[in-house]
Design a protein around this ligand. Sequence first.
Ligand SMILES: [Zn+2]
Length: 340
Amino acid sequence: MPLVTSKLHLLCAAFVLSLAASCSGSSQPAAAPATSSASAAAPEQQTAPPSLQVKPTESAPPADRTGGFDGEKAYEQVAKIVSFGPRPPESPAIHQVQDYLIAQLKSSGCEIDTDDFHASTPIGSVAMKNIIAKAPGTGQGIILLLTHYDTLSSVKNFVGAEDSASSTGLMLELARQLCTKKGPNAVWFAFVDGEESFVDWNKDNDHTYGSRELAARMGLSGELKRVKAVILADMIGQYKLRIPRQSNSTKWLVDLVWKTAARLGYSDIFVSSEVQTSDDHDSFLDRKVPAIDVIDLDDFITAGTWHTEKDTMDQISPRSIAIVGHVLLESVAELQTKFK
Ligand SMILES: [Zn+2]
């Protein structure tokens, strides 16, 4: 959950949260793995989890029209991540997701670094894990791509197809594209845990545990000084996607990404309106590292879907993910040229 800080958005968020609280537990899990009484006798006949059965109403453009980024493959990754069920920090499901992410990233040829840490939260100490996949660079610079992969714990049956499986699937596909390529700068893909709050986003820094850990760790190691740009993606898979500029993101980096999107013909998705969102990129902005957030939060709030059990695979468009993937792939290329 990122938080929009304008007054109107706070009101919307409060409304959505109260709605979510009042309706939690009212129905069965939307995307929990399916079970059947026949499964013991004939496991090969088990029904696929619901998330893998949803048929999207839009398809992704062919990969050769999105710079090689395979939107269908990224969509399948989103469905797979959702199939594990709700994945709040320290849950059995998030441990399965962590194993899955590491296996996928290894098969894409990425070097993997993991950080197991304990976050001090309002509900006590919580075990978390950041996973960092690395593509090598010929120089010292680092381009850091970021997503969270945990889900909100306070809404029952919340599987977070948009928040946060969409950007996690996107980053898996970007890593598949880039991990075996060597550019002037290294490209790191950080899958961070614990973005969501446990009790109240607005109190006691109860949010963005994983990205704050990552930024602190990189600060101590000296790696943070090597980071040229941080691009966070969060909530980028919904139908009718419209991503506003962020007024609290680094302006030159917003300009670079939005100019790239315009060049590729996506100005209807990367729109010129501006909002301010509190999210994982703040952990890097706070340490003076150029960072942006690529997110469409408002439309999900308006639709009444944000942080509810309606955040399921039927909200996700392969086309939307493909377009954001195309833009980020080309933006990384632009950054490689800018910092070569
Ligand atoms: Zn969220």
